[in-house]
Design a binder for this molecule. Sequence first.
Ligand SMILES: NC(=O)c1ccc[n+]([C@@H]2O[C@H](COP(=O)([O-])OP(=O)(O)OC[C@H]3O[C@@H](n4cnc5c(N)ncnc54)[C@H](O)[C@@H]3O)[C@@H](O)[C@H]2O)c1
Ligand SMILES: [Zn+2]
Length: 352
Amino acid sequence: MQTIHSDNYPIFFENSLAELKKFVDAGNYSRSFILTDEHTSVHCLPLVQAVFDGHENFDIIEVSSGEESKTIDFCIGIWKMLIDFEADRKALLINLGGGVITDMGGFAASTFKRGIDFVHVPTTLLSQVDASVGGKTGIDMDNIKNIIGTFTQPKAVFISDDFFKTLPERQILSGIGEMLKHGLIMDAAYWEALKNSDLSKPSAALIHRSVEIKNEVVIEDPTEKSIRKALNFGHTIGHAVETNSLINDKHPLTHGEAIALGMICEAYLSHKKTGLSSADLDEIVTVISKLYPKYNLAETNFDTLCAIMLKDKKNQNGNINCTLLTNIGQCVLDNICTNDELCESLSFYANL
Ligand SMILES: NC(=O)c1ccc[n+]([C@@H]2O[C@H](COP(=O)([O-])OP(=O)(O)OC[C@H]3O[C@@H](n4cnc5c(N)ncnc54)[C@H](O)[C@@H]3O)[C@@H](O)[C@H]2O)c1
Ligand SMILES: [Zn+2]
C-alpha cells in the first residue's frame, strides 16, 4: 500500500514500524516520549520496542484507557511528566493508541512549550481510518466531546495491521462505522465494496481507501469551513447519543456504534429533507442494523439528546446543523434540523 501524503506529513502503510524507527533516528530529537494507555502499553508497546531493539531510550507516559480519560486532568498529568522528564522544545511525543491517545496526545504536544513535534501510531481501526489523520487534537470537558482543542498536524502517521491481533472485535466494528461513513458521503463504489466484504477483517485495501477519502477531504478544508463538514454525517445525533451513553450506561457505546446509530437517524432525515430515496435509506438501515446490536433508546429522553446537540461545537446561531445525504455517495452540508425533526428521526431508529 502506497504512502499517502497529507498536509506536509506522510501516512505510512508498508513496514510502518521500521519507518517509525527511521523517522526517530533521523529526527535529531533531544528525547522521545511514548504516550500509551494500560492496554496499548501491554499489547502495542512491545511491538514498537522490538523494532528499536533497545537502541532508543523511550520515556513512557501511561494514562488510563477510555473516553473518560480524555480530559484536562489527564492532560495535566502528561504535561507534568514532560516537565519532570525535562522535555525541551526538541522533544518528540509518539502517541501509541486509539483515538483517545492520538487526540489527547496531539493536544498535549501542540500546547506544551507552544508546541513540540508529535507523531501518531494509531492502534485501533478507528484511529487508523479517522482520528490520526487531519490534525484535529482535543479533549472533552463538562461532558462535551472535543470542546477544547487545536488544529495541529502530526509530523507523520504510521499505520500497521500488526496491532489488530489484540484488538477486540467490538473495536474493529467501531472503526467500520467511520469507514461506512466515508463511503456514504463520498464514494458509492467504496460503500458497495464494504457492503460485500467480511467487515470483521477489513482488508488493507479498504483501510487504505478510507484514509485516502479522509485525507482528500481534510486537505481541501483543513479547518472545517466547508467540505470537511461532510465528515460530520451521523455525528450530530451520534455524538449526543455517545455522550448520553457515557454518562448513563454501565457499558457505554463505542464511538463507532454511536455514529452508526446516528447515521441511521441522519439517513432518515436525509430521506425527509434532502431527497435520499427510500431504497437508499432501506439499504443503509439494513447494512448498519446487520452489523451493530440495536441500542435501546427507549429509556432516553429525546429532549435530553437535543439539549446535548445544542451544545455541539458544530452549531451556529443556536441552530442544530446536520450533514445529510442526497444519494449513497453524495452529501449536502449545513442542513438546519428542528427539535421535532431530530426527535422523529430518533423515533424512527427506536421503532426499527
Ligand atoms: N481527531 C479526529 O479527527 C477524530 C476522529 C474520530 C474519532 N476521534 C476520537 O477518537 C476517540 C475514539 O477512538 P478509539 O475508538 O480508537 O477509542 P480508544 O482510544 O478509547 O480505544 C479503544 C480501546 O481499545 C484499546 N486498544 C487500543 N489499541 C489496542 C490494541 N491494538 N489491542 C488491544 N486493545 C487496544 C484501548 O486501550 C481502549 O480500551 C474518541 O475520543 C473520538 O472523539 C477523533
Ligand atoms: Zn467519528
